[in-house]
Write a protein that binds this ligand. Structure first.
Ligand code: FES
Ligand code: FES
Length: 316
């Protein structure tokens, strides 16, 4: 894009908004954009000018992540990026994930894990999971939650998406190991006896993944979360956490929800104030044994028996 392209002769009379013509490279394909106001967002141009409606328009404020796309390998909110500034960049959208037309392993895992209800958040989630697994082939629970914390889902919650991250990581790791084993066996057998090169194993989309919501398989989702240490755990300053009760132990009745604004976060975390023997200590619990921001600690677990939701846990 150059300055002489602004305020081009074809602009409507009286329209003082600067326009430009440029080319976006989307999923490896050059896509010309002609006479576009330079303030148009990448999300708008992708959807309205180029017909790529995979990225969704949720909030247009960078809050929901529904518009997530990659620009030069960085996950961005398309609603916040002026499209004209992305003219020299490689843009990746959810349409580019599926390759030959089938769902990618990430998209399939999201579907298999029950992470999709209305599906409005799903393209953004798929891009976020894809981006995470490009950067980190074996993300932990905390890293996965941090990576997805900018993608809001108002229907399903996040357990399915977190399970999908681990399922794809497992499948890719297994595929890579099988490929390396096959290569090692071929090398050991010698060039004459080497079998013809086989296609690399594909991720197992049929692998059992936990379904979601009110299912006996909830328990399986919980298995993906590392067990928290039991008993007294030293804490900075010599303080000690209380012993960890078994999973599913209700929050003590004398714990009161902390006053706003610390009551919940986008994951539905509820913060509790211990009014018991540990007066003054704030415990945040989200059913994962973390502090609500992904840091594991042995706290109480607000998740009741599987399939039953606490009214304040909107993420359940
Ligand atoms: Fe871009 Fe919500 S539409 S973050
Ligand atoms: Fe509806 Fe996520 S499935 S917003």
């Amino acid at each position: 894009m150059t300055d002489e392209l602004l305020n081009h002769p074809g602009a409507p009379t009286g329209d003082v908004r600067p326009t430009a013509s440029y080319t976006l490279r989307v999923n490896g394909v050059e896509r010309p954009v002609t006479d576009a106001w330079i303030g148009e967002s990448l999300l708008y141009v992708l959807r309205e000018r180029l017909g790529l409606a995979g990225a969704k328009d949720g909030c247009e404020q960078g809050e929901c992540g529904a518009c997530s796309v990659q620009v030069d390998g960085q996950l961005v909110n398309g609603c916040l990026v002026p499209a004209a500034l992305a003219a020299d960049s490689e843009i990746g959208t959810v349409e580019g994930l599926s390759g030959a037309g089938g769902a990618s392993d990430v998209q399939q895992a999201l579907a298999d894990s029950g992470a999709v209800q209305c599906g409005y958040c799903t393209p953004g989630l798929a891009m976020a999971v894809h981006d995470l697994l490009q950067r980190n082939h074996r993300p932990g629970e905390v890293e996965a939650r941090q990576a997805l914390c900018g993608n809001l889902c108002r229907c399903t919650g996040y357990r399915g998406a977190l399970a999908a991250v681990q399922a794809v990581a497992d499948a890719r790791e297994a595929a890579l190991e099988a490929e390396l084993d096959a290569a090692a066996q071929a090398a050991a057998a010698g060039p004459a006896a080497a079998p013809p090169a086989a296609a690399p194993p594909q991720p197992d989309h049929g692998a059992e993944l936990p379904l979601y919501a009110d299912s006996e398989l909830w328990h399986e989702a919980d298995q993906l979360i590392p067990a928290q240490p039991q008993g007294e755990t030293p804490r900075t300053g010599g303080y000690a956490y209380p012993p960890t009760p078994p999973h599913g132990t209700p929050v003590p009745a004398d714990w009161q929800p902390a006053p706003a604004p610390a009551a919940t976060d986008p994951f539905g975390t509820t913060t509790y104030q211990d009014a018991g023997p540990y007066d003054g200590t704030v415990y945040a619990t989200d059913g994962y044994g973390t502090d609500g921001y992904g840091t594991p600690y042995p706290g109480y677990d607000a998740t009741p028996a599987h399939g039953i939701r606490l009214p304040e846990d909107e993420n359940a």
